[in-house]
Design a protein around this ligand. Structure first.
Ligand SMILES: [Zn+2]
Length: 361
């Protein structure tokens, strides 16, 4: 019998973000965000998929004991090319890790050993299975994993999103006719609410225009989306330009290597002498907290709302596809189930909330 074994993150949120799939002939992990994974499980792994560069999804790779085990094993780690490069950039630029040189090199070697994969392409894992990655809309380069196993077909959504006004924030699932799904392992983060923050966004726009707000603090991966959304406003686009502080350079460097255009338009530029600031009012964004900034991190949610997820599910057959929900706050469990039961598009689906431990498929 195939099983899914779930592990919680080691941080205070204790969310489920790591899922070991034990198939008949092999074993793999969807994300690796826990420091509580049993050594015996790690030794057994043939493959690991990292869906995106958030620590709660890959911090296990930064665990020195795990890294040594994985480097000594046959395990192959896959991620999209952007995610691989972002993980390396985070490790090299943005984390304060207290490691000696040898240990740093061990983790660096592991991160560089990740196999970068292209979206939509089919990759054969073994004689029993293949996988394809699809954009999940959560961060730049974030992916969903479709696993086509001879017995079980799984879609692991990772963290997913759908935001109407930004195609970089939209999941893209493009299955072939023979690619059915038995189980969806879903991002449960916001599946108990419909909270989207357009009103707060409008307030920020007004505050820029009427009160002269011009300095913003935001996490790197959210800051890009925040700036793109700000520039959808014609008035802001005409009169303002966005200046990214140099502390964001490492993040923007990776994105520019993959030709994400917003950073080379004259609306969005780097705070650096090689770029000429146009004759416009400037909006400064930074990922380092400084004086007189407005914290806008909370304005960009990055996780799909329940209604958008219901629409996503609408394409599947309730008698064939079962939904397993992970990545939720522990106290939300009953709310999530109630929300599924109350919606006409989702009430007929078989929904199970994953908890720490093993679940038989
Ligand atoms: Zn995430």
């Amino acid at each position: 019998m195939a099983t899914i074994k779930s592990y919680r993150t080691s941080d205070s949120s204790k969310k489920i973000t790591t899922y070991l799939f034990n198939a008949r002939h092999y074993s793999l992990a969807f994300d690796f965000g826990s420091n509580e994974i049993a050594t015996s499980d790690i030794k057994n792994l043939d493959y690991i998929f990292i869906t995106h560069e958030h620590l709660d999804h890959f911090m296990g790779l930064l665990n020195l004991d795990y890294a040594k085990l994985l480097l000594d094993s046959k395990c192959v780690i896959y991620a999209s090319n952007v995610t691989k490069d972002l993980m390396i950039a985070i490790f090299e630029n943005a984390l304060r890790v207290d490691l000696d040189k040898k240990s740093t090199n061990t983790i660096r070697d592991l991160l560089h050993s990740i196999q970068g994969a292209l979206f939509y392409e089919k990759y054969k894992l073994n004689n029993h299975s293949y996988f394809r990655l699809f954009p999940s809309g959560h961060t730049f380069g974030s992916s969903m994993v479709y696993l086509h196993d001879e017995e079980t077909k799984i879609l692991y959504t990772g963290d997913m999103d759908f935001s109407e006004d930004d195609s970089d924030r939209q999941y893209q699932l493009d299955l072939k006719e023979n690619e059915s799904i038995d189980y969806i392992i879903a991002d449960g983060t916001y599946l108990n609410n419909e909270d989207f923050r357009d009103e707060e966004f409008s307030k920020i726009r007004e505050n820029i225009i009427n009160k002269g707000f011009s300095k913003f603090y935001c996490k790197p991966e959210k800051m890009v989306f925040f700036c793109k959304k700000l520039m959808l406003s014609p008035k802001l686009k005409d009169e303002y330009c966005i200046v990214f502080s140099n502390d964001l350079k490492w993040y923007l460097k990776v994105l520019r290597e993959y030709c994400y255009e917003p950073f080379i338009t004259n609306q969005i530029i780097l705070d650096s002498s090689i770029y000429e600031v146009p004759d416009k009012k400037c909006l400064f964004v930074s990922s380092k907290k400084q004086d007189k900034q407005t914290n806008v991190t909370g304005l960009v949610g990055l996780h799909i709302s329940f209604l958008d997820f219901a629409y996503f599910l609408y394409q599947f057959d309730t008698s064939k596809t079962k939904v397993l929900v992970g990545h939720y706050n522990y106290e939300d469990k009953n709310d999530i189930l109630a929300t599924f039961h109350a919606n006409q598009f989702t009430c007929d689906f078989n929904v199970h909330i994953l908890e720490k431990g093993e679940y038989t498929l």
